[in-house]
Write a protein that binds this ligand. Sequence first.
Ligand code: DOR
Ligand code: ZN
Length: 348
Amino acid sequence: MSDILTIPRPDDWHLHLRDGAMLQAVLPETTRHFARAIIMPNLVPPVVTGAHAAAYRERILAAMPEGADFTPLMTLYLTEDTDPEDVAAAAASGLVTAVKLYPAGATTNSASGVRDFDKVRPVLEKMAEIGLPLCVHGEVTDPEIDIFDREAVFIERVLDPVRQATPGLKVIMEHVTTKDAVDYVTGVDAGLGATITAHHLVINRNHILVGGIHPHYYCLPVAKRELHRKALVAAAVSGDARFFMGTDSAPHLDGAKESACGCAGCFTATNAVAVVAEVFDSEGALDKLEGFLCRNGAAFYGLAVNSGSLTLTRAAPQVFPENVATADGPVTIFDPARPIHWTVSPDT
Ligand code: DOR
Ligand code: ZN
């Protein structure tokens, strides 16, 4: 393949933008490369109702950099009290694109998530009826289960039973980190997709723990051993349309990560496209890059591919800025731990 690639503007099917000063600082990092993103609802308090989502959408639009062409695709945070009719109304008006399921306590700001899956059955049935997808954070929270096994156990204890009990429900297993998840997704005929992050394509658990604790590589689901990373790379570059880009770019102030109890999240909005291009290039799979970044997710969600384009150029390894400044302090940009030869420029 050549050293220059032109692709449609991509989508990020899983993004944390936060609110206030953080939103203002990180939004341009996403709008520079992505045309749309699924916006995670785990604010404090969470985005639970259609009214909350409408207000949050307005705050995002107000924070947009000048001239940006970006559509935030809003989600609702599923709780045991979520009203199926509120979800249906928010979907019918075009306000929300998906509902997000966090098992209670699984990750950042997930305390209002679901404990008893029977309690959300009416919402899931309504979603199946109207064709609204469910985005799933796939980890059990059982303290007996080792943190490195929580995704695999979730598939068997929760994901498969929920899918069997709700035929027709479209599900996205988000930020998959294991071969178990890849195998589960590829073993299902229809109605199940998966997002893969840029960081899980390039780091394994050694990056977090060898030579000292590296808090900027800590996220949830936590990166697993190398055989799992290889399975993710194989799935991403395979061309299988069930796998698509979701950065899970999750900014936290450096002080909150470099701490005795550091927050989970890698901030990758700045370099996710370049990192993914590097991975596809090193696998000899640049011909599959456009599917992963621009087409597969849109097809799964039933949306058109974006207009406009990005040009990717292979050159000398580039150096990314160390951080993005916010009014409250810096947010470290993900270090891909390998040379990244691809630069990304929006076409005008
Ligand atoms: O690492 C993560 N950070 N994983 C999540 O699921 C949530 C996210 C966040 O909101 O910081
Ligand atoms: Zn996330």
